[in-house]
Write a protein that binds this ligand. Structure first.
Ligand code: HEC
Length: 488
């Protein structure tokens, strides 16, 4: 027992030291068992949460007179909780070294975890003192509160890293999935890159009504107009004669150096952006991509956004993707339940989910050939809107099924070879806006069907052999629709 107590204190001290020196501690991750140790973090971390919650519950119950509990037992639980916490700290430390976690969150998680481990060791020591009746309970209470708070924070940061914000579903709107920031290449060079630099570094003397040296930099027109030396501030294409650039390049002690010495100076990246813009013609309404900015300029523009903002945006972007995937998974699980409930058992194997991350379904009745009928297809009502690829070749379906199919706008591939499909049915199918591949070989359709097919904007592949369409008719169709590959 005594030994365990000392181990717990030593481990807690070590955890604190590991947190302080976390950056300089190197771990050789090529060692396989060390990787395994890291993998156990998600398992171990739940034990100290359970342990501490249990102790708090018992202590509160005791205080309220609901239960009696032996201090010795509580001490034992705290001692083991503290050992588990150290275990999860060190496994977590190894896992973190494997990389791939956002550094700011990780750092917060690490520090809170170290504090948590220390508080738990302290709780155990203080509890042991109360066994003999000499310890002060308020001191013990404080350390339990400390452990509880640090546990909450550790869990919060850990959760944010691996599961995202738990409240996100409340605020999540579908449209937000689109990029929240535009890529550098799409930015307007003057309005969104150059002008903000001038605004940040020059406006205090040359903007918003201030015109030191008779120069205002409020707008593109005013840049061209210039200051005391009229028309000399910006001379498109001539970086050397433009005062806008030369004033930045004068030595710092020179009075002509801009911004004046005591002001916040431009970064090397900002200077290179301004120089490039002026020498490339200083166009007003052009994007970074259209201006064909060299890669070092694109990098400099990207770096204008502070590192932590970029990191935060990246985390937000990844969290949104994770959330979208999770939502799709939930949708898929619900759909699976619906299938189990609605679709007869012998027909269920005809459905196949395409990916774990969406609810797209491939459907094929080929195993039942002619036995598969309209009545069978009707049992997929409601589920069929998730169909993306459908194979009904050689089945005995008729217009009723075709009508149902024509409402399934997710379908991009449809096989109806060797069925009784008619020209009127093809007319129905021409409503399918995403259909790109259609197989109609070995059917009775004729050239009238081609008229309907030519209305289908997405169609790219068409299988037509053994039909009543003649080679001459196909030749004309192919000429009018070079985008469609006709196989016959
Ligand atoms: C703290 C005030 C201050 C800031 C900030 C400042 N300037 Fe000036 N600037 C002046 C003063 C004062 C003059 C007039 C100097 C003179 O007349 O000799 C001047 C003159 C100029 C001129 C010469 C105009 C002409 O036609 O003679 C240019 C160009 C210029 N500044 C560009 C800039 C740019 C670009 C920035 C930002 C990167 C900037 N300045 C920031 C105070 C400032």
């Amino acid at each position: 027992m005594k030994l365990l107590k000392y181990i717990s204190i030593i481990l807690a001290t070590a955890a604190a030291l590991f947190a302080v020196f976390s950056e300089s501690i190197e771990i050789d991750l090529s060692v396989a068992w060390l990787q395994v140790v890291g993998n156990f973090h998600p398992l171990l971390l739940h034990l100290p949460i359970g342990g501490l919650s249990f102790v708090i519950l018992i202590e509160v119950s005791k205080k309220l007179g609901w239960a009696k509990a032996d201090n010795c037992l509580l001490y034992l639980i705290l001692l083991f909780t503290s050992l588990f916490a150290s275990g999860s700290f060190f496994t977590g430390f190894v896992l973190a070294k494997q990389g791939g976690y956002p550094s700011e969150l990780l750092n917060n998680h690490l520090w809170c975890a170290a504090v948590y481990v220390c508080f738990l060791a302290l709780c155990a020591v203080l509890k042991q003192r109360t066994i003999g009746g000499e310890g002060r309970t308020w001191f013990y209470c404080l350390s339990i509160i400390g452990a509880c708070v640090s546990m909450g924070l550790t869990g919060h940061y850990g959760g944010l890293m691996s599961h995202g914000d738990p409240l996100a579903p409340l605020f999540f709107e579908e449209e937000e999935v689109v990029e929240i920031t535009r890529p550098t290449e799409e930015l307007l060079v003057f309005k969104e890159v150059v002008h903000p630099i001038l605004k940040a570094k020059c406006y205090s003397c040359h903007g918003n009504g201030k015109t030191k040296g008779e120069l205002s930099l409020n707008s593109y027109e005013e840049l061209l107009k210039g200051g005391k030396e009229a028309g000399k501030t910006l001379i498109p294409g001539d970086e050397k004669s433009s005062l806008l650039i030369s004033s930045l390049m004068h030595p710092m002690e020179d009075d002509k150096h801009m911004p004046p010495a005591k002001q916040t100076q431009l970064s090397a990246g900002e200077i290179s952006i301004l120089r490039w813009w002026v020498s490339a013609g200083a166009q007003r309404d052009i994007t970074v991509a259209d201006a064909q900015a060299p890669s070092e300029i694109v990098i400099a523009v990207t770096e204008l956004v502070p590192e932590e903002v970029r990191q935060r945006r990246e985390i937000e972007r990844l969290q949104k993707i994770a959330h979208k995937k999770k939502k799709a998974k939930i949708q898929r699980i619900a759909l699976n339940k619906e299938i189990k409930k609605k679709v007869p058992g012998n027909l269920q194997p005809m459905l196949r989910f395409v990916s774990p991350y969406n609810a797209d379904i491939h459907f094929s009745s080929v195993s039942q050939q002619g036995q598969f009928s309209d009545a069978d297809f009707a049992s997929f009502k409601g589920i069929d809107k998730h169909f993306t690829a459908v194979d009904l070749s050689s089945s005995s379906i008729t217009s009723a099924t075709i009508k149902a199919l024509s409402a399934c706008q997710s379908i991009h591939s449809l096989r109806l070879a060797n069925t009784k499909i008619s020209v009127a049915d093809v007319a129905q199918l021409s409503k399918l806006e995403s259909l790109s591949s259609l197989s109609l070989h070995s059917t009775e359709i004729n050239s009238t069907a081609l008229e309907y097919l030519s209305k289908m904007k997405s169609l790219r592949q068409l299988y037509l052999w053994s039909t009543k369409v003649t080679p001459a008719e196909i030749a004309v169709f192919k000429k009018n629709h070079p985008e469609i590959q006709v196989i016959y």
